[in-house]
Design a protein around this ligand. Structure first.
Ligand SMILES: [Zn+2]
Length: 280
């Protein structure tokens, strides 16, 4: 992953959600070997739908890339000492057990030795391209070059340690990740009839896929709001909260887009395109 996103969990830090089993990414053109029979129109329609969905995925990817690039180019909202002051206040006021780390390529090694399974994720953070919270390692980590990301990650830590509702939403993250596959499996298991009528899964795959991702979108917003509120409370009017809000909004947008992408992936996963070759 080449772009910066804010994630709570090192294990699913890549939030560019694309369907793993199907679509190539750059669906700009659909070539057809169309069957010459009465199923022609049904097949052509299915292929048309699949093509449009893949085009939509491509658009989402591009848009997400724009958000990430803007985030990468984003300024810090306050000097390092101010950010650290906010972070320390958050930890103290909430009585958090999570440790706070700011790393670069010089001081990353200590954490990497302690958590070898997070070594690659920590490299990305040291690069200045990511930040994360891990409840297994019980720490938050942000790049030394972009310390303000820590406030969002502390928001995740507070959600995990201090809010059972938000912690529940964090646990539902996995549902969003596997929704397209699960919906396809349920659709197959329901013995979809081919009488022209759509079954429940076929009618609702997109909505269900998006809703499966909704807990993540909500929890991400909650983590950012905690960070912004803490900055406002600790630094008052001296902080340039506009910049912080903008950065966090861009990060949140990538999650919203990923949610929409999950809906599309779910719809694609059950779109039946029989015996038709699609070349991209
Ligand atoms: Zn996050």
């Amino acid at each position: 992953m080449n772009n910066l996103t804010l994630n709570s969990n090192a294990f699913n830090r890549d939030y560019r959600f694309v369907p793993t089993q199907s679509a190539p990414q750059h669906a700009m053109r659909v070539q057809l070997d169309l069957p010459q029979d009465e199923e022609f129109s049904t097949t052509a329609k299915a292929v048309g739908v699949a093509g449009l969905l893949r085009l939509a995925q491509y658009g989402l990817e591009k848009l997400s890339g724009v958000c990430s690039a803007a985030l990468m180019a984003g300024k810090e909202f306050a000097p390092r000492e101010d950010v650290e002051k906010v972070a320390n206040t958050m930890k103290k006021e909430k009585g958090l057990s999570a440790y706070i780390h700011y790393i670069d390529h010089k001081n990353k090694v200590g954490l990497q030795n302690m958590f070898p399974n997070l070594s690659k994720s920590l490299d990305v953070v040291a690069d200045g391209r990511n930040a994360f919270y891990t409840n297994q390692g019980n720490f938050v980590v942000a790049p030394k070059s972009k310390p303000s990301l820590i406030l969002h990650e502390l928001g995740h830590a507070i959600n995990f340690e201090k809010s059972s509702v938000m912690r529940g939403l964090q646990k539902l993250r996995v549902v969003g990740m596997f929704a397209p596959m699960a919906i396809a499996a349920l659709n197959n298991a329901s013995g979809a009839k081919r009488d022209g009528k759509k079954n429940f899964w076929e009618r609702n795959a997109g909505t269900i896929g998006f809703c499966a991702f909704l807990p993540t979108i909500i929890e991400e917003a909650a983590a950012s709001i905690r960070g912004i509120n803490a900055a406002k409370k600790t630094l008052g009017s001296s902080a340039n909260l506009k910049v912080l809000k903008k950065n966090y909004f861009l990060a949140w947008m990538t999650y919203l887009l990923a949610g929409i992408g999950t809906g599309i992936a779910a719809k694609l996963a059950i779109t039946d395109v029989p015996d038709v070759k699609i070349n991209i």
